[in-house]
Design a protein around this ligand. Sequence first.
Ligand code: EPZ
Length: 431
Amino acid sequence: MPVVGQISREIQKPHLEILGGSKLAGEVKIGGAKNSALVLMTASLLTEEKITLNNIPNLTDVRGMQEILLAMGVNCEQKSDLLELHAKQILNSAPPYELVNGLRASFFCIGPLLGRLGQAKIPLPGGCRIGARPVSEHIKGLKALGAIVSVEHGVVKASVPGIDKRLKGASIVLDCPSVGATETILMAAVLAQGTTTIENAAQEPEVQDLAEMLNTMGARISGVGGTTITITGVKQLHGCTYTAIPDRIEAGTFLIAAAITRSTLRISSVIPGHLKAIIQKLRDCGCKIKTYETSITIAADEINSVDITTQPYPGFPTDLQAPFMALLTTAKGTSVVTEKIYENRMQHVPELQRMGASIRLQTNTAVIEGIPQLSAAPVSGGDLRSTAAIVLASMAAKGTSTVNGLNHLDRGYSGLEKKLNSVGGHIQRKD
Ligand code: EPZ
């Protein structure tokens, strides 16, 4: 029996078999952003008119969110990467526990439900392997807008007092630039009476994408992308057709795939401006990168060590810390990686060490001594981005690795192995 919390070693089904050592070449098309799609989907609750979303990726988390919205009475129809959502009426404001429990992003429903119905009952998302993931800032913001919020038996109950059950605009200062809290407050404030300001707001592109969509629906939001967002409440929102931004984390993952295999690759359907921090660090490592309007080319030969510290946007993204560390295990010299956003986002370290990486870990700081080549091994991913990291490491390792943890990987990457194989990878998914 594996020790509780330890990642199991036996080869599970499904898993990936990856023959490392091949170079990549060609072009990869990047899909829509998971961390945009999930929140844009919940915004459909804010109007009784139809919402059509384009560039929605085919991911387990997106399907999970559809199930939650369906359970609340929202009509959902996905046709390839187009998703139609129609919350003509919301049958219940308490999505089923078993659906919500598996998908933290379901907590995004609380803001729009309060804005639209004046009540919501959502299970506390709880922590996950990378950290406690509190929602205290979300709740602080909803209370500031006039909601009565209590947490009982792991369920967050919220309601809006008064005859009109309408939230009231407020000035809110976040303790930390939380992406989710900024998005929750945005969606609650758009239908509130009066003006709301959010200071110390998150600046991530996915927050900007949500604000853009809400304005397309008739909201009045300004300042998004900066640290202070202003929302002037309106009476109601109408439907819209909106295209989600490309997934900057998938894009960064493929740039790192090219770098770790010392390859030349083009990635298309991206917004280079969303990738400045990762592009800078790859250039600092010695990669040659050219950016175009909607594509990026990267050519990697020798990789030198660099230091990275994860920060809120526009700093280096925490979601690319694990994949980038995989790259640094074969860089020339010593690198220091410091994780500042989450308390436990180093689960890829023991897996990389099994592949021969020389890493010393002290709490959330890893010191990596580059080695010439990793060696293949049976490895397991413990969370979404750690699993992506060990897939990349296996692409560069000598021999054939088996990679467990596809339940994590499929949450955030749509057909990662298919895309890597299309540009020269040798990966088999064994179901
Ligand atoms: C979003 O999570 C993303 N998920 C995460 O992506 C991403 O890592 C994160 O933003 C940071 O960029 C989605 O958008 C669905 P936060 P979120 O609230 O909103 C602390 C991935 O791999 N915090 O900005 O939960 C929190 O503990 C996932 O795609 C509080 O202290 O992130 C964390 O340390 C992982 N109190 C930090 O802020 C709060 O009330 C960042 O959390 C809220 C957050």
